[in-house]
Design a protein around this ligand. Structure first.
Ligand code: SF4
Length: 460
C-alpha cells in the first residue's frame, strides 16, 4: 500500500513536470486487440493512467507511453501484435524516452514474454493479465529507474470492484461482471492466461450500471468469458439490472450453452430492457467433435434450448461461433455443422478456421486437415450461412425496429448505421446528429448481413 502510493506520487510529479516543461499532459496510446473483455481491460488501464495525469492519443508519434493490450486467442492475432511491435523500433530509436508496454493475454504466456525480452529490445514493460493492479509500480520502475520490467504474476489479484474506467464510447458501455474461465475447452488458451472464474459482487455491478444509466448510456453489455456461470446468479443479476430506471438496453456476452437454462431464457423474455438476443457459441455440429473440444454439451441439449426459445419467441435472434477444421474433424462431421446452422437459423455466425494454441490439449492432437482444406470448408460454411440468413432476416421487413445509431453507414455518405434490439445491423438515411440515440426505423429490405430501412421519426 505504502509502495503503491509512492509510485502514484512519483507519476503525478512526473506528469506535472512534463506539463510545466511542454504546456501539455504526457500522452498515452492504449490499443486493445481482440475481444470486448480486452477492450474493457484497456479502458481500465486508461482510467488508471488518467488518474495520474496522462492524456490520450491515437498517434504513436505524439505518445510518451504506448501500451498494446494483446489477445492470444488466435495465431494471426499474435502475428499482428508482433508486426505492430516491430514497427515501433524506429520510433523508439528516435525517441528513447518513449515507454513501450505490452500487456494482456499474450504477455501472460511465458514463451511470449521471453521472445519479447530477447527479440524486441524496444519494449520496456511486459505484464500479464494478473498484473494490472501493479501498473503504477511498474511504470515507476521503467521511468524512474530506467529498468525493463517483466511481470507475469500467476497470482489472481483481488477484484478491484470500483475501478476507474475511462470509457471511449459515450453511449455504449461494457461492464465486466466476471473474469477468467473454468471450462478448459481443449482448443482455448483463456483459462491459462486469465485464470479461474472470479465474479464481481452484484452490488458493485448494479452501482456501476446505475451510474451509466444516470449519465445517459443507451446500451450496457455485461461481460464475462462465461457470463452465465456468474457465481451470484446470472438471472438474478439480469433482473436487478433490468429494474434500474432509465432508457437503455442490456446485452451480455459470452454465454456457454451448458449454462443456458430454460430459466435464463424466461428471464430474458420477461425483462423489458434485456435484448431478445443470445450469442450461444455451438462451435461444431458433431457430438464427437464437441466431446474432443470438451464443450460439456451435445447437439441434442443445444437444440433443446434453441427449440425452447423458438417456441416461446419465434423472432428471437441467435448468433454463434463456429470452429472449422478442428483436429481430426471429417468432412461428414463438418457437414453436420452446416446442417445445424440451417436448422437453428442464426442471424450471425462468427466462424474461424481452427488455430493451434501451444499449451492447450488440442495442440497435441494430430492435425491432418490442410490449411487449404480448412479454407474451402470455411467458404462453404459462409455460403450456407449467407443463404440461410438472407431468408431469415426477411422476418423484419415491415417491422419498426428501435435502432441505436452508432455511426456512418457503409452504403453511401447519406446512410447511418446502428443495431436493432436483436443486435442486427440496420442502415438507413439519416444525419450524424442521431449518433448515440435510439431511433425508430421501418425495415424495407433484408440483405444477408444486415437490414435496410427508413427513419420514421425520432422517438426521444
Ligand atoms: S468457455 Fe471454453 S472457449 Fe470460452 S473462454 Fe472458456 S475455455 Fe475458452
Amino acid at each position: 500500500m505504502e509502495e503503491h502510493s509512492r509510485a502514484q506520487r512519483f507519476l503525478l510529479a512526473y506528469t506535472s513536470d512534463f506539463i510545466a516543461r511542454t504546456g501539455r499532459n504526457p500522452l498515452a496510446l492504449v490499443h486493445s486487440f481482440g475481444c470486448q473483455q480486452n477492450v474493457s481491460d484497456g479502458e481500465r488501464l486508461m482510467g488508471r493512467l488518467a488518474a495520474v495525469g496522462y492524456g490520450f492519443t491515437k498517434d504513436p508519434e505524439e505518445a510518451s507511453l504506448i501500451i498494446y493490450n494483446t489477445c492470444a486467442v488466435r495465431e494471426n492475432a499474435e502475428d499482428r501484435v508482433y508486426g505492430a511491435i516491430g514497427q515501433l523500433k524506429h520510433l523508439k530509436e528516435r525517441k528513447p524516452e518513449l515507454v513501450i508496454g505490452i500487456c494482456g493475454c499474450m504477455a501472460q504466456q511465458k514463451h511470449v514474454a521471453e521472445k519479447i525480452k530477447e527479440t524486441y529490445k524496444q519494449v520496456d514493460l511486459v505484464f500479464g493479465t494478473f498484473a494490472y493492479n501493479d501498473l503504477y509500480e511498474m511504470l515507476c520502475e521503467v521511468i524512474e529507474n530506467k529498468k525493463r520490467v517483466f511481470n507475469r504474476s500467476e497470482r489472481p489479484t483481488d477484484i478491484d470492484e470500483d475501478f476507474v474506467q475511462l470509457r471511449e464510447n459515450s453511449f455504449q458501455a461494457f461492464v465486466p461482471i466476471m473474469y477468467g474461465c473454468n471450462n478448459f475447452c481443449t482448443y482455448c488458451i483463456v483459462p491459462y492466461v486469465r485464470g479461474r472464474e472470479r465474479s464481481r459482487r452484484p452490488e458493485s455491478i448494479i452501482r456501476e450500471v446505475q451510474g451509466l444509466a444516470d449519465s445517459g448510456y443507451k446500451e450496457i453489455t455485461l461481460l464475462g468469458q462465461n457470463v452465465n456461470s456468474y457465481s451470484y446468479g446470472f438471472s438474478e443479476l439480469l433482473r436487478a439490472v433490468n429494474d434500474i430506471e432509465g432508457d437503455f438496453r442490456i446485452r451480455f456476452m459470452s454465454s456457454h450453452p451448458k449454462d443456458a437454462s430454460m430459466e435464463l431464457i424466461d428471464t430474458i423474455l420477461s425483462c423489458d430492457k434485456v435484448c431478445k438476443q443470445l450469442h450461444l457459441p455451438v462451435q461444431a455440429g458433431s457430438d464427437r467433435v464437441l466431446k474432443l473440444m470438451n464443450r460439456k454439451y451435445d447437439t441434442t441439449t443445444y437444440l433443446e434450448i434453441v427449440d425452447y426459445i423458438r417456441d416461446k419467441a419465434p423472432g428471437f435472434s441467435l448468433s454463434t461461433d463456429i470452429i472449422v477444421g478442428f483436429p481430426g474433424e471429417t468432412y461428414e462431421e463438418f457437414c453436420m455443422t452446416k446442417a445445424l446452422i440451417k436448422r437453428v437459423k442464426y442471424d450471425n455466425i462468427y466462424s474461424f478456421v481452427y488455430s493451434k494454441r501451444s499449451g492447450t490439449p488440442a495442440a497435441e492432437l494430430p492435425d491432418d486437415i490442410s490449411d487449404k482444406q480448412k479454407g474451402l470448408w470455411l467458404r462453404e460454411l459462409l455460403l450456407e450461412q449467407r443463404e440461410t440468413s438472407s431468408v431469415w432476416l426477411r422476418r423484419f421487413i415491415g417491422q419498426i425496429c428501435r435502432v441505436l445509431v452508432e455511426g456512418k453507414g457503409r452504403k453511401s455518405e447519406e446512410y447511418m448505421t446502428g443495431k436493432n434490439d436483436e443486435g442486427i445491423i440496420v442502415e438507413f438515411k439519416g444525419s450524424e446528429e442521431l449518433i448515440g440515440k435510439f431511433v425508430p426505423v421501418r425495415i424495407t429490405k433484408a440483405m444477408n448481413w444486415a437490414l435496410e430501412g427508413e427513419l420514421t421519426g425520432i422517438d426521444q
